[in-house]
Design a protein around this ligand. Structure first.
Ligand code: NAP
Length: 282
């Protein structure tokens, strides 16, 4: 049986082409400002890619690089200035931040209208009351994938493994909003296999190799693997799902890499345009 893959790379390219055309119709050029504190190698790559893809579709991008010993006060001042800057439509603070800085306070200093990551409590609150505005990019990208591949959500049983604020929680909320019946699992969940093996859709966002095996999945299910785990021995990226075995049972499955990852960046670009529109409609 051939594996039916959800091609995140191809879909992300399609989304970027759509956004590129959309940018041309706008009166001004949207601008995304990314703040990078310190020199975490993974963060540097993420930020470089975000800026590269933004420019590619015609969004102006700026990266503000700050030393890891910057004080929280100085960082908050920079955010306040960006909040007031009419030329800046999107502000993203790359996480993680150094330990002496309070992530919650910094993220919530961002004007919610410019919060292109959708991490402020204001935007999270809107999602939780069923009025999504700027939504976290990874779950938003997954919803786009499910739509593109015509996965039926209404009445389906979806299991989300993971309950983080940036992936698991908003993922479960978006699925519920789209009429799926959702079960959220986490590290204290008992008998994970008994729960996931009943699901029509399983979305795993944990970061544990081979957490999801063929025993966890029912025949014909749709499986989305969010995790990005670096396998240093084999110099490659892997996910939570034992792809080789699980893909023999699924109707659709995402690969790692080339699944959820590319869609996350595409949704950041989409959110920047959404933010621009919100700021320019008044
Ligand atoms: P996180 O904040 O570490 O959350 C992990 C979640 O997994 C927690 O809710 C935790 O439960 C749960 N968990 C841990 N062990 C478990 C187990 N044995 N069974 C069931 N649940 C378990 O991670 P995250 O930020 O959500 O990211 C998750 C993964 O996705 C990581 O590999 C990350 O690199 C990847 N990711 C990828 C993208 C992308 O664009 N592809 C974007 C974001 C994240 P508790 O709450 O009980 O601790």
């Amino acid at each position: 049986m051939t594996v039916k893959l959800i091609d995140g790379k191809k879909l992300a390219e399609k989304v970027r082409n759509r956004l590129k055309k959309e940018v041309l119709t706008l009166k001004k050029t949207p601008k995304l400002t990314v703040i990078l504190v310190g020199d975490n190698p993974a963060s540097q790559i993420y930020v470089k890619n975000k800026a590269k893809y933004a420019q590619e579709i015609g969004i102006k991008s700026e990266v503000i690089r700050l030393c890891s010993d910057i004080t929280q006060e100085k960082l908050l001042k920079i955010i306040k200035k960006l909040n007031k800057d009419k030329k800046v439509n999107g502000i993203l603070v790359q996480l993680p931040l150094p330990r002496h800085i309070n992530e919650f306070d910094v993220i919530n200093a961002i004007n919610p209208e410019k919060d292109v990551d959708g991490f402020t409590i204001y935007n999270k609150g809107l999602l939780s009351v069923g009025k999504p505005s700027l939504v976290p990019c990874t779950p938003l990208g997954i919803m786009e994938m499910l739509k593109e591949y015509k996965v039926k959500l209404s009445g389906s049983l979806a299991v989300v493994i993971g309950r983080s604020n940036i992936v698991g929680k908003p993922m479960a909320q978006l699925l519920t909003l789209n009429d799926a019946t959702v079960i959220q699992c986490h590290s204290k969940t008992k008998n994970l296999k008994d729960i996931t093996s009943k699901a029509d859709i399983v979305i795993s966002a944990v970061g544990k190799r081979k957490l999801v095996t063929e025993k966890h999945i029912k025949q014909g299910a749709v499986v989305i693997d969010v995790a990005m785990i670096r396998d240093e021995k084999n110099k490659k990226w892997i996910g939570d799902v034992d792809f080789e075995k699980v893909s023999k049972k699924t109707s659709l499955i995402t690969p790692v890499p080339g699944g959820v990852g590319p869609m996350t960046i595409a949704m950041l670009l989409q959110n920047t345009i959404t933010a621009y529109r919100k700021q320019n409609k008044k």
